[in-house]
Design a protein around this ligand. Structure first.
Ligand code: SF4
Length: 387
């Protein structure tokens, strides 16, 4: 948890510069000390103030006394056979959050968490099942990048080129930390705004706020259903911000300039992959010229949904393409290390805690809406803990 000291890693670059200038001036130090510290922070990405070796020892001690500079410690590092790397980070107060490095031939993407847990309760998501613990600070978001950047360079993965806020939590429900963290990553650490994607399940006020930023941060929307009623069974937030309201906000985001929206659609067998949903999804996407990612569902602890069959996913792709929508089927990454959002943490919790309350109710509701045979999708034992 943040302590009484100013958290240096949470301050956007101009605020960090001002705070450091005041600190060194009060100590009678030359003004170039500010630049020295900023270089260690943003360019060298050191983990501790002690590593700022061109500062006199007394100045490092004084900085340490005035500012906190807390990075998480790696609780677990899991490497997939496909190169995906998941870190389970332990924060200063013991909370656990995840980040994932995803290498592809042309980029290295880091997926960061914005909250410890999540209050949104999406029925398909491991993080949603485990509930909300607390908001992360901007420094705790950014330090996932800092620590992952060092890890990637030390292990031959190269530089992180892209960042997605798709880990644990709903970033637009933590806008107090999200906005400074975006500024830090972009202006402090030099990650291009178009290489940073904020993912949301549809927090409309947050989308409108993001639209007002002058930088071209990208937006991904977890759609997962093109009909409000079905969507509300998967994403409880739909009851507060309906699909209609969400689409209106996305039109505003689109008009604000030059940023293509991505729709994420996790394909769950017998739940949201009925053939009649594909043209509806295509209509929503084409109205915004949005890109669609079809994602074979990644099973999670506590419930037994399965990914749609490959043939059904291809049918969805064909319908979308035939209607002029740009679409990709995302290849699942890191399945052998539980790399989907919240899974590693959920697996840990599943091994030492009881099933979540209401788990059966949520599954039955979604199943009933989809009008399918529970046996077909293994919903006969909802909420069962994995063996
Ligand atoms: S999908 Fe995102 S918003 Fe929904 S419960 Fe999971 S982390 Fe939260």
């Amino acid at each position: 948890m943040p302590n009484a000291k100013t958290d240096l890693l949470s301050l956007p670059p101009d605020e960090a510069e001002a705070a450091l200038a005041e600190h060194f001036e009060a100590r009678g130090q030359p003004s170039y000390r500010v630049r020295q510290v900023l270089t260690w922070m943003f360019e060298e990405c050191v983990a501790t103030i002690a590593e700022m070796t061109n500062l006199p020892a007394a100045e490092r001690d004084a900085l340490d006394a005035a500012f906190s500079f807390l990075e998480p410690t790696a609780d677990t590092v899991s490497r997939s056979s496909d190169g995906t790397v998941k870190h389970l980070w332990r924060l200063a107060d013991g909370e656990l959050v995840e980040s994932v490095l995803i290498p592809t031939p042309d980029r290295l993407t880091l997926c960061v968490s914005s909250q410890a847990g999540c209050a949104m309760g999406c029925t398909f998501c491991a993080t949603g099942w485990a509930g909300f613990q607390r908001q992360l600070t901007a420094g705790e978001i950014v330090s996932q990048y800092r620590a992952s950047r060092r890890w990637a360079l030390d292990h031959g993965y190269g530089r992180i080129s892209n960042i997605v806020y798709m880990g644990m939590g709903e970033p637009l429900s933590n806008r107090e930390a999200l906005h400074p963290s975006l500024t830090l990553l972009n202006r402090g650490y030099g990650v291009g705004a178009r290489r940073i994607t904020v993912s949301t399940v549809g927090v409309v006020p947050g989308i409108l706020e993001l639209a007002e930023r002058e930088e071209q941060f990208r937006l991904a929307v977890s759609l997962h259903a093109p009909e409000s009623e079905l969507r509300s069974q998967l994403i409880p937030l739909e009851k507060r911000h309906s699909l209609e309201e969400l689409m209106a906000a996305l039109v505003q985001f689109d008009r604000a300039g030059g940023r293509r929206i991505t729709f994420e659609y996790a394909m769950i067998r017998g739940i949201n992959d009925a053939p009649h949903l594909a043209p509806q999804l295509a209509d929503l996407a084409s109205s915004l010229n949005a890109f669609v990612n079809l994602i074979p569902y990644n099973p999670i602890p506590y419930q037994d949904w399965k990914a749609s069959r490959g043939q059904r996913i291809e049918e969805f792709r064909s319908v979308l393409e035939a209607r002029g929508v740009s679409v990709a089927v995302r290849v699942p990454r890191g399945r052998d290390i539980d790399a989907a959002c919240g899974q590693l943490r959920a697996s840990r919790m599943a091994s030492d805690s009881p099933p979540m309350p209401d788990s059966g109710k949520r599954l039955e509701a979604a199943s009933a809406y989809a009008g399918k045979d529970p046996a077909e999708t293994d919903l006969t034992n909802p909420g069962k803990r994995p063996e």
